[in-house]
Design a protein around this ligand. Structure first.
Ligand code: F6P
Length: 320
């Protein structure tokens, strides 16, 4: 192979730059040129790319986001868009493509694979909802962002006898909510996957208040309901004055943690090695700290990754 390409697609996350840097430098070490499409599949459709030499990717490892930029391309979801993408790859003499992104982006990678083009997928989404990998890129950094914010919130909650509902990202997934609840010592995690009992929660909060505790913390996934409505109910039943904080896109940015820098570097190197060895149509993942490969077809049919029941139970027990 003489020329490979890489792109970042869908919602960005910290650690994407580590993958791009690692993939480019692994390619260069093997005398292969690496190009990077700007703005994901949208850039591929416009032939908008840059050459990623060693200097282009220097100084990016510690930066959040993606310096290639990202987008959610509607045009690429159409048959015409996908045909144009394939034509552009062939015209640019690209022999393999690395796609970094979440479930929608990996589905796009599968579409190119089905058209016969060599593709490798890399799971990147702070939601950690992609099957066949313990960790997607960006999750660890997002969790660290969350615990920093929540620790600050707990200080002010304590000073005022307040309950806080902190809304974290996760449209369909309670991963960030459940793990950050354990890591911040929250009393409750509200997640889309598990029905929650408002009156039981109010009862327990009332008990906390009567025991003279000075704060209560509830971490809620954005897809699990209306935070303000729950806050109003708590105010009426539990004694604590209640506030809502929505962490929003703050969670997705910032310097990647060591974990995400290392994971991104491992994913990037592996994806190039796979293409050079003739492997295609797979997603690189992590299992028990070893890198794995799973057919993109299986990833697409694998559904949303399930929350770990044991960790959910632990969140419940530790929150008492
Ligand atoms: O899928 C990742 C994610 O960060 C979700 O948690 C969140 O709901 C969504 O992206 C936000 O998307 P956008 O940046 O397009 O508003």
């Amino acid at each position: 192979m003489k020329r490979l390409a890489i792109l970042t697609s869908g919602g960005d996350c910290s650690g994407m730059n580590a993958v791009i840097r690692s993939a480019a430098r692994t390619a260069i070490a093997n005398d292969v040129e690496m190009i990077g499409y700007r703005k994901g599949y949208a850039g591929l459709l416009k032939n908008d790319y840059i050459t990623l030499d060693s200097k282009t990717v220097s100084g990016v490892l510690q930066r959040g986001g993606t310096f290639l930029q990202s987008a959610r391309s509607q045009e690429f979801r159409t048959d015409e868009g996908r045909k144009l993408a394939l034509d552009n790859l062939l015209k640019a003499k690209v022999e393999g493509l690395i796609v970094i992104g979440g479930d929608g982006s990996l589905n796009g990678a599968l579409a190119l694979d089905r058209m016969g083009f060599p593709v490798i997928g890399i799971p990147a989404s702070i939601d950690n909802d992609i099957p066949y990998t313990d960790m997607a890129l960006g999750v660890d950094t997002a969790l660290n962002n969350i615990i920093y914010a929540v620790d600050c919130i707990k200080d002010t909650a304590n000073s005022h006898d307040r309950a806080f509902i902190v809304e974290v990202m996760g449209r369909n997934s309670g991963y960030l909510a459940s793990i950050s609840a354990i890591a911040t010592g929250a009393e409750f995690a509200i997640v889309p996957e598990v029905e929650f009992d408002l009156s039981a929660m109010c009862h327990q909060l009332r008990q906390r208040y009567d025991e003279g505790r000075t704060n209560a913390l509830i971490i809620m996934a954005e897809g699990a309901g209306q935070a303000q409505e729950i806050a109003n109910s708590i105010k009426d039943c539990a004694g604590f004055e209640t506030r809502v904080t929505v962490l929003g896109h703050y969670q997705r940015g910032g310097a990647p943690t060591v974990f995400d820098r290392l994971l991104g570097s491992r994913y990037g190197r592996k994806s190039v090695e796979l293409l050079l060895n003739g492997t295609k149509g797979v997603m690189v993942g992590l299992s028990a700290n070893s890198l794995t490969t799973t057919l993109l077809e299986m990833v697409a049919n694998g559904g949303q990754k399930k929350l770990n029941d044991d960790l959910l139970r632990m969140a419940d027990i530790l929150g008492i």
